[in-house]
Design a protein around this ligand. Sequence first.
Ligand SMILES: [Zn+2]
Length: 635
Amino acid sequence: MARSDEQRLADLQATYSRAVRGFLPPEGLTVSEWADRYRRLSPESSAEAGPWRTSRTPYLKEPMDAFTDPRVRKVVIVAGSQIGKTECELNCLAYIMDQDPGTVLFIQPTLEDAKKFSRLRVEPMVRDCPRLRRKVHDTERGGKQAKTVLQKSFPGGMLMMVGSNAASALASTPARYIIGDERDRWALSAGREGDPWRLAEARQTTFYNAKAIEVSTPTVKGASNIETAYASGTQERWVTRCPECGEWHDIQFDDIRFKYETDRVNGRKVHRLTSEPEWLCPSCGCLVSERRMREAPSRWRADNPGALAQTRVRSFWLNAFCSPWTSWSRICLDFLDAKDDPQRLQVVYNTLFGRLWEDRGDLVSDDEMMARREDYGTRPDGTPVELPDGALVVTVGVDVQDTRLEYEVVGHGRWGETWGIEKGVIMGRPDTDEVWERLDGVTSHVWRYRDGRGVRASVTCVDSGGHYTQEVYERCRARQASRVFAIKGKGGEGIPYVSVPTQVPIRDKRIKCWLYTIGVDAGKAQIMSSLKVQEPGPKYCHFPRGRGYDEGYFAGLLSERLVLSKTGTGSRWRWEKIPGHERNEALDCRNYALAALEMLNPDWDAIERSRSGADRAPSRPKRQRRRRDRAPDEW
Ligand SMILES: [Zn+2]
């Protein structure tokens, strides 16, 4: 009994002294001073484990110290990866726990992110930092919140970590501090309650000394919350003094000059820099090496200094060119590797250049496409080459209108490279034999290469969605042997490009027709991303001069763009017609022709072998033995 009493007393003492420690006056340090004195970087999250040194990343000093500046209510940091923004947040968090305790709401995009952040960043920091280890403890929350909130307590305050979509779980908890990480990936609404940031800020209203930190990698222009937050603040950029002329500039990728060579290794492009990247000073035009720029004086420059008095927001924007962990050569090589793939290029823009990505759907202009058309060459007998050598498989997409059929014949190479072969219109109502016979002329035509060999269309997809559904079913059924199939386009997110076909009955007849459902949005995304590829090779779209590829064609092909729309529960991408581009048959035909290739999923190795073989007869490529479910007996 006595032993247990003693133990209880000791526990009580420990609790009491923990509580009292929270009421000791702060040491009057700034965050950077505190970090230099007490913070240790953990080995699992840092290549440079050990004591924190602000001098290593001098650009983080001002953002951290702004946090302890009584004039500042909110600090906004826009920065890519490998710059240290997370350490900056952690230093502020550690400072709160040790020096100026209060309730902290730490918000990540999702609960999963919050759990990961807690386990991989917060816990190692507490473990490796003796000042914090003594103070910070895990606590459980009861009831409904247990599932949505991670919690740690320290004398005088607590840390609550949540996902942005569940920020409403904390509706009743006042918080003096808010730290919001990866703000651009947050849910647009926390449940039905609206913008999570506003919800979080509402928790702060009772604190005269409330503070917030909003941090993110930038994302898409016009849809970026961190861009808006940055604009509301002092808009500070990290500028370096040109060693030649003394002017101050922030280093932008557009001002970096470098030379490179490209080799092909196993069919893939490999880039190599042939000169060290240099910075071209926009003021004096001198080229300055990376080493000299890193040694030159740097400081923050505010474009909107008045915001400090008006909104009390200091906002900072950083890119990877100032990071001590990322060389300029690395940035240039990452850019070269990504430049042909818009999705990867966006990552480079956001994380390395620290730049917003502009949805470039509308940057590919009709004029640009017209200018890009090429001559496929002539054959020895003087007739034009119908099919360039890279186009190994041919498919056709057909759009059915009340007065005509529109079609496009597309040649496909390996790795998604495509060649427009012919864009045509067959006038006439779709319930007359004549239009279908003329379509047969297209689907059975042998498209000739330069050497005289040729191939027919492997698969043709015909849209059944208009007023002539039954007619299309019937006509396609009669042409199954030539692999002419009825398709039905279905819009919406997450619908696979090609699904398993179903059998649909044909009116008044005891026969059925195979019908493929095409996820047209998946197709549009594929088309738009390939149109942005600038160099022939994987995914590039070739177009010939003539053969129906005129201004009207490109206006139709570029008739829709992807827009991000806000909905009750988040954001959703959807396709929208661009004003002035009302006709979209060209886009539909291309979409169906690409779906036809998806359905076929050809065995490229076999096709390449047969192309290089001696077989001169027109041939259809062999299909791969077994893959996607398809109309069984017709194939
Ligand atoms: Zn200069």
